[in-house]
Design a protein around this ligand. Structure first.
Ligand code: LLP
Length: 417
């Protein structure tokens, strides 16, 4: 359920007509609903009745206003870079609710996060562990660590977003993990506190989550047998959403399945949801620039693959809806952007209401991995982000200017002559 609905013929976000926002900020823009964000966060968080922390996956949607909202709701953050740490601190998140994932953390990033006193580092290799030990020793402190274990489970999702198979770059192979924990126990500046895993994204079936939890449970028992006690179990993110006709489990079914398996374990659960909270809480609003017909009919809009990469990159489906519904009939079209690549499309061969120049379209379910994956390709300024709260809307990120596009660039002296 979300708060993008037609009232009469006009698409609204909560009680604000989308066309009224477009008239003020121009297109394209990302548009989020506070009400949907809040409801989705609460539905997920309150589904777990065990001690837990919901660490929102910042990579899915990183605007500091949205991070502030989740902080207010009691959420934490799953970060994967120094830049994301900077954002969550600016947003006012409690460092004791921040976990840091990723295979390639640099020394500088580790130092930054140690200084910020985050809850846990999800360490993904021996070399990263050794580096963390070195930086923590230099700072005279102990680093709180969880190891990301790769359980070799097939999440049955798109290959690019599968992470828990042995052939993926993520985590420490489960059969090598015990040795890594034993090594960590010997390190003076490492405090081994948890186990983590994340098997993939956009999972629409619960069984891979349960399979991986079972493997991790077996591993935790081995650790206990070795005298290594665990206080945190981080199960990552990955719960899917409906883009088209998928039928993903409700967060409460996901939580029930996990809690059922957790029975005998006395540790704090960490969850890292991203898409399930923000995916259907945001849309991309774009305008039809031109239409043209040859072998195919093309609707050329002002948003391209630089603004929303998912269709081009993963062949992902995003529903496209008119911002104003009329009795105009339908036709089969490709909706394409202005970028000079054939791969620049938002949808292909889709039956859509007949569009004319100037019409506005909503590219739905774009709240997750939409703006955060956008780029300046073709020197296109990144679009603005708007947050609706009931009957008002707020610019939470301005549209970039041409000056900002070249802000860090300079012409060296030898080219000035
Ligand atoms: N935790 C870790 C360690 C992750 O790598 C991810 C996502 C998450 C949590 C959050 O997963 P979620 O709940 O959002 O599924 N760009 C792709 C998705 C990449 C996911 C990367 N990792 C897309 O647009 O589909």
């Amino acid at each position: 359920m979300n708060d993008f609905n037609y009232i009469g013929n006009k698409l609204h976000c909560e009680s604000v007509p989308v066309d009224s926002i477009a008239a003020k900020v121009r297109t394209p823009f990302y548009l989020y609903s506070t009400e949907t964000l809040t409801r989705h966060f609460k539905a997920f968080d309150s589904a777990f009745s065990l001690p837990h922390i919901t660490c929102f996956a910042v990579k899915s949607c990183s605007n500091i206003a949205i991070l502030r909202l989740f902080a207010r709701l009691g959420g934490g953050a799953d970060i994967v870079s120094g830049g994301e740490l900077f954002r969550v601190l600016k947003a006012g998140m409690d460092p004791k609710k921040i976990v840091y994932s990723g295979v390639g953390k640099t020394e500088d990033e580790l130092r930054f996060a140690l200084g910020a006193k985050i809850l846990l580092f999800n360490v993904e290799s021996i070399q990263e562990l050794e580096t963390l030990q070195g930086v923590a020793a230099e700072m005279g402190i102990k680093a709180p660590v969880s190891f990301r274990v790769n359980p070799d489970v097939d999440p049955k999702t798109h290959a690019y977003i599968s992470t828990g198979l042995a052939k993926n770059k993520f985590g420490i192979p489960i059969e090598q993990a015990l040795e890594v924990y034993q090594q960590a126990e010997e390190m003076a500046n490492i405090d081994t506190l948890g186990v983590s895993c994340h098997i993939g994204s956009q999972l629409t079936d619960l069984s891979p989550f349960v399979e991986s939890l079972n493997k991790i449970k077996g591993f935790i028992r081995k650790l206990e047998g070795d005298g290594i006690a665990i206080s945190y179990l981080d199960l990552g993110g990955g719960l899917g959403i409906r883009y088209d006709d998928e039928e993903p489990p409700h967060p409460s079914a996901y939580a029930d399945a996990i809690m059922k398996e957790m029975g005998e374990f006395d540790c704090t659960l960490i969850l890292e949801p991203g898409r399930v909270i923000v995916g259907n809480a945001g849309i991309l609003v774009t305008k039809v620039l031109y239409t043209k017909t040859g072998e195919k009919k093309f609707i050329i809009v002002d948003a391209g693959m630089n603004d929303l990469a998912r269709p081009s990159l993963y062949g992902a489906f995003h529903s496209i809806q008119p911002v104003e519904r009329r009795d105009q009939g339908t036709e089969i079209v490709d909706v394409v952007g202005p970028i000079c690549e054939t791969g620049d499309f938002l949808s292909k061969g889709r039956e859509l209401p007949i569009c004319e120049r100037g019409n506005l379209l909503g590219v739905m379910s774009a709240g997750a991995y939409g703006f955060t994956m956008s780029s300046n390709y073709n020197s296109r300024p990144r679009v603005c982000e708007i947050l609706v709260n009931d009957d008002s809307f707020h610019v939470i990120r301005k549209r970039e200017t041409y000056d900002q596009l070249i802000a860090g660039e300079s012409i060296p002296d030898f080219l000035k002559k």
